[in-house]
Design a protein around this ligand. Sequence first.
Ligand code: ZN
Length: 1141
Amino acid sequence: GRRRACAFSKHKQVTVFGAAICFVVVFSLYLMLDHLQLDHSKNNPSSGGQLSVLQDKIDHLERLLSENNEIIANIRDSVINLRESVKDSKRVLEAGNMSQGSLEMLPSPPLVVPIDSEDCQFSARPYTKSAGGVQMSDVYDLLAFDNPDGGVWKQGFDIAYNENEWDQEPLQVFVVPHSHNDPGWLKTFDDYFHDQTQHILNNMVVKLHEDNRRKMIWSEVSYFAKWWDNIDDQKRDAVKSLINTGQLEIATGGWVMPDEANTHYFALIDQLLEGHQWLERNLGVKPKTGWAVDPFGHSPTQTYLLKQSGLSNMLIQRVHYSIKKHFSSQKTLEFFWRQNWEKDPSTDILCHMMPFYSYDVPHTCGPDPKICCQFDFKRLPGGRISCPWRVPPQAITDNNIQERAHLLLDQYRKKSKLFQSKVLLVPLGDDFRYTEALEWDQQFQNYQRLFDYMNSHPELHVKAQFGTISDYFEALRSSIASSTSGSLALPVVNGDFFTYADRDDHYWSGYFTSRPFYKRVDRVLESHLRAAEILYSLALAEMRRFGKSNNFPAVESYKLLTAARRNLGLFQHHDAIAGTGKDWVVVDYGTRLFKSILSVKRVMVSSVHWLILKDKQTFSHDPSNLFLQMDDIQPAQDALPRKTVLKLSANPISLVIFNPVEQARTSVVTVYVNRHKVQVLNSHGHPVTAQVSAVWEETNRASTEVPALALAVYQLSESQELHAAAAQYVFQQQGKHLSVNGAHQFRVSTHQDPTTPFSIENAHIQLWSSPYTGLLETSLQLKDGLEQQIKVEFAWYGTTSNKDKSGAYLFLPDGEARPYTPSQAPVVRVTKGPVFSEVTTTFTHITHTLRLYNVQGVEGQSVEISNSVDIRGEFNHEIAMRITSDLNSKDRFFTDHNGFQVIQPRKTMRKLPLQANFYPMSSMVYLQDSGSRLTLLTGQALGAASLKSGQLEVIMDRRLNQDDNRGLGQGVLDNKITANCFRLLLEKRTPSAFRFFFLHVKFLFGGHLKPNERSVFFPSLLSHTTFTYLNHPFIPMATSVDFSAIPLSPYSPLHSSLPCDIDLVNLRTIQSKDEGGGPSAEAALILHRKGFDCRFSNRNTGLLCTTTLPCRLLFQPSTMPTTDLTQLLRGLSWWCVWLGE
Ligand SMILES: [Zn+2]
């Protein structure tokens, strides 16, 4: 059946299931504001401290840029506002009030975030193309993407050469044996290891030792570490000697070869750290060269991380065939890949782009696969595989060696013509190659004969040998160094290599969304792992301070963290988070993620237990009766998490809330309770603003203000009176009111005219939604004046009727999407209350919620969008959410790379098929025109596009009934009920501020800047922070009833928030060098300073942080006695790292 068997009935939707409580708490603001004042008076006691410094700067700029009076005035206003807000903070706290019967004061936030003008210059710097530099977006403008038949090299062109070209400088050939081992794809990680990988590695030790001219590279540390654990010391010593002699090289050294589209940089760093730390501990090596032959497109974030990890070279393979052809014709396949924001070569990494279709042997020796296949000696007649070009390889003998060597050399020479140097790279391998001893002999013996022949014939002017990937790059670098001036000038390339196509219109944009359920679980694990790492590191530091750890499970917790890091790392593999594995492999990954979430929750609970105890003496760890319970439970690897219901009585239970973010913050927390009369008290015993909502088998919320990385404690109890305001509801279907049963504690209104649009609002935003569909329509209005027409719709894509159809990798739609028209009119539910208001619509395939929080600051400035999607009954359908606005964005839109700060400008191109215009969205996508910017921030990686001016589109799930011929051998039919979450942010853009910075930059650069030179694109500070809040929600934990009498005390490790442009990526305890895998006394503090765009208002963001703080230690010295940073963090120019005192 194509329809879901169990569609929601309308009666089910309007039955109350339970109650939940939401609360607004101000906990640490006194402290925060005290610090703010302290900071300002401390720096300059005689006058206004930083404020007057800022004032001085502005006076200076005013003199320099007298023509920009308007801007100067704006900034001056901001400073005055800030001055007043600081001065008045005490008064605000005393008088502050929340509009709707609040019990506690909710202070007005500072009107502006103090931003150092120098911090703005970073984002306002113009893009400066280096001489001969290549910007990928220009290449896209230039190319026709016409795909003509290139002859033997189908996607390329004929290559000719002169026999005597190498007479002066011989051709140097490095044949690099490699074996591509996917940590899960058609088999699970463990099955591959058992069936193939362990044999490859075992044979490697034997076969490399047989002849010291043989070489091999390996890149997946996940496999290497598993094998290492199972081999004896003798074999380990043999491996170390192969490493020391340079016969074996570990390339990249990550836990996996990660997907570069869907991954977030937290996990990219984490898996790289895990791999590099393993290598340092066990082999004492640091990788020099990156090797990425299989990720389906390449991101500059990975490039940046490799460079900062000490690598100087890298290789990529899956790049659009037209780009490969273009780079080949320009001889620019080798280039320095540079970050978009960088002016100097400090981030440059030498990159080799493989020119042909694949990394297998037929596509690596030269342009003609029919010939190259004859030099894949695993395909010798009689073996299990053969050559599809129907000319088999021949074993090399005295009789055929001359002819064979010339045939191969001809390919080498032709391939060499695509490069500037006379050094040639020839990879030799494929998926899971070199399993059997025979295969080692076939490849290595036959190639050695060919090399010996070539090298002994000087008239051939060639030196051919086995090499590692770094051997190749070393030779290339010395060739560059010795070349006469300018003859070997490799270009600088900016940009990325998305969206990948391997042939025809086969664009790999499907995997940006495939298996979205797990793309979301990945983010949940990242957030939980990070929280657990931070809490665990802080708890260990506190224990060292107090000198008591009682029976705290330090080693056991560290093992749980290590396993979780490795499972998260494994999932970054290019067939894991990509959603391109077999169904049972997906279940294996899902189970690993699920177990890891449970593990890190255990680490969190024991760490928090220690940190919040008033009397640390009373700590006792009992795994069978945990002190705290997490507030939600994921029942299975393929099910969405569910909230646990707190059983309330007159005796209060404690709710501990962790703020995993490095800034103080006000957000909403939801807990389920079994009573609707509830009182919430903060740690001072003051009542807290709360909202009680009905649970319609879904969530509701509470709002809390918690300082950076702190733990707050609240008391929840049943009360006699109704302390918390009950939410009010409206239910409608087809423009008619519905009656509601069982909701007698709540007010269900029928007064409103059921045909007029619903409106919900908070202090910042008002929005209108359709009374028939509940979807956003008409407009979104900011209270400061900006109004934009915005409409939300859903749409279906089908797949083409051609032979090749959409699958896990490919998106091959049957034209434009068709509007989603549900067969049954949806039920629309409107909720209004003091903490949040929302509109929820239940369609057959989607439950869609628009929510506004009545919270000052960041949380109140965006619209939360939650979609619960269920397309399990569909046939070849993909469902998209489309946001249509009246922004005049033309064909331009912007997406991020891996949540890293730099935004890639995208251009929707008519010369490309629809599916080519989809790009990965790992943190955000936005549109802008001269007056405003509309950003969709995401809680999971998905594919996004802007197919029309003013329009944003996100694919939410895909169900595909067939394979797309990329080796997976199945469709995508294991869909789940999938929760997607987003924030929609509308911001006013100030072109005049741009002019200000533009002129300022012009001044700095001596007026050389041309007006049409673009600057690099960045999100606003508000956008960055909203993303962080969305992806790192508060983590609530409740004490078990048995422990309700034990006194707890809130915990706050930071003096104040970190600067608001700083991301605390992780605080990760380093493994001890001792046996046993426990923690050392060292932790890596990883901080990332984010670039942001100052053209956006920072009024009313409520951020209790500034960008003006210098790089100094913000942790209380006692909590962080020592930190040690791994090589990943050394010499970072753009990462800002503090060391402990
Ligand atoms: Zn692979």
